[in-house]
Design a protein around this ligand. Structure first.
Ligand SMILES: O=C1O[C@H](COP(=O)(O)O)[C@@H](O)[C@H](O)[C@H]1O
Length: 269
C-alpha cells in the first residue's frame, strides 16, 4: 500500500494505493482479516455488499490462499442495494454477485438473504427489511440498541462518480430516512430507475464500513466526501455527497482509494 492516514477526530482511515491491483490486494486482505476476527469472536461474519466493479475486486477472495483460509461457512450475506429487475437480468446486483463471487465460494445458500424479484419494488423493500429483522431476532445479526438498527460486521460500498453509495443518490429523500432500515426509490438518476437500498442509519450502525473508489472520474467526489466541509463551514450541503454522510457512530470507516481517485486530496506526506 502506498499510503495510509488516520483522521485525528474520527475513526476513519484513508488507504491509498498506487494502482487498482495494489488496492485489490490490500482490500481482500483487510476483508479476510475482518472475517477471521469476527468468526473467532462470535462464530459468524455478516456482510452487506454493493454491486458493479466491486465484484471484480473481491473476486480475488475466491482464489488462493483465501478460498481455503476464509471460513466461508460462517458468512451471512446481504445486499447494500439492489436494482428493481429480475434476478437473472444483466443489471441485477444479485446476478453479478452470484456469477462473479457467490458461485465460487462455499457460503451456505441459507445464509444468503437476497431481495425478492417477483413482487413490487415497495413490497420487496418491506420484505427485505422483515427478513433482516427476523435474523436480528434470531441473533444472527447483532443489533445497535441505541440506533435500533442491525449492526453488520461489514458494509462494503463502492462510491459512484456523483458521490452515491449503495442506492443513496445526491439530494434524494432517501438520505433523510431515520426510521426504516430499507427504502425503495423509483426515480434513480442512474439506470435502472427502481432501486432498493439500506438506509444511512443502518450503514452508520455497522462495525466496519469500507468505501472503495478508483479512477480519475471519482476524484472530485472523493474530495467532496473526504475533505470538504469537515469544519461544517462554507455552507457545504452534505446531501450533495451521500458518501460524506457515511460516518459510523461507533464503527470504523476505511476508504480504499487508488492514486487517481485520491488525486484531488492534499499531497501525501
Ligand atoms: O449503481 C450502483 O453504483 C454503485 C457504484 O458503481 P460503479 O459503477 O461506480 O462501480 C454500486 O456500488 C451500487 O451497488 C450500484 O447499484
Amino acid at each position: 500500500m502506498a499510503a495510509s492516514s488516520n483522521h485525528p477526530k474520527m475513526k476513519r482511515e484513508l488507504r491509498i494505493s498506487d494502482s487498482v491491483d495494489e488496492l485489490t490486494t490490500d482490500l481482500v486482505e483487510y476483508i479476510a482479516q475482518l472475517s477471521e476476527n469476527s468468526v473467532k469472536e462470535k462464530g459468524r461474519f455478516t456482510i452487506a455488499l454493493s454491486g458493479r466493479s466491486l465484484i471484480d475486486l473481491i473476486g480475488k477472495l475466491c482464489e488462493a490462499p483465501y478460498i481455503r483460509t476464509v471460513d466461508w461457512r460462517n458468512w451471512y450475506f446481504f445486499w447494500a442495494d439492489e436494482r428493481g429487475v429480475a434476478k437473472d437480468h444483466v443489471d441485477s446486483n444479485y446476478k453479478l454477485t452470484k456469477d462473479g463471487f457467490l458461485s465460487r465460494v462455499p457460503v451456505p445458500s441459507k445464509h444468503i438473504t437476497s431481495i425478492n424479484d417477483s413482487i413490487s419494488i415497495g413490497e420487496a423493500a418491506l420484505r427485505y427489511e422483515f427478513d433482516i429483522r427476523q435474523l436480528v431476532k434470531a441473533h444472527k445479526i447483532d443489533v445497535d440498541v441505541d440506533a435500533d438498527c442491525p449492526k453488520f460486521d461489514l458494509v462494503l460500498l463502492e462510491m459512484g462518480a456523483d458521490g452515491h453509495v449503495a442506492s443513496l443518490f445526491p439530494n434524494k429523500e432517501a438520505l433523510q430516512e431515520k426510521t426504516n432500515w430499507v427504502v425503495y426509490l423509483i426515480d434513480s438518476p442512474e439506470h435502472p430507475p427502481e432501486r432498493i437500498t439500506l438506509t444511512l442509519p443502518v450503514i452508520n450502525s455497522a462495525y466496519n464500513v469500507l468505501i472503495v473508489a478508483t479512477g480519475e472520474d471519482k476524484a472530485d467526489a472523493v474530495h467532496q466526501a473526504v475533505a470538504v466541509g469537515e469544519d461544517g463551514g462554507d455552507g457545504f450541503d452534505v446531501t450533495s455527497s451521500p458518501a460524506h454522510m457515511v460516518n459510523p457512530s461507533d464503527g470504523k470507516l476505511v476508504w480504499f482509494l487508488d492514486a487517481t481517485a485520491a488525486s484531488k486530496l492534499c499531497p501525501r506526506g
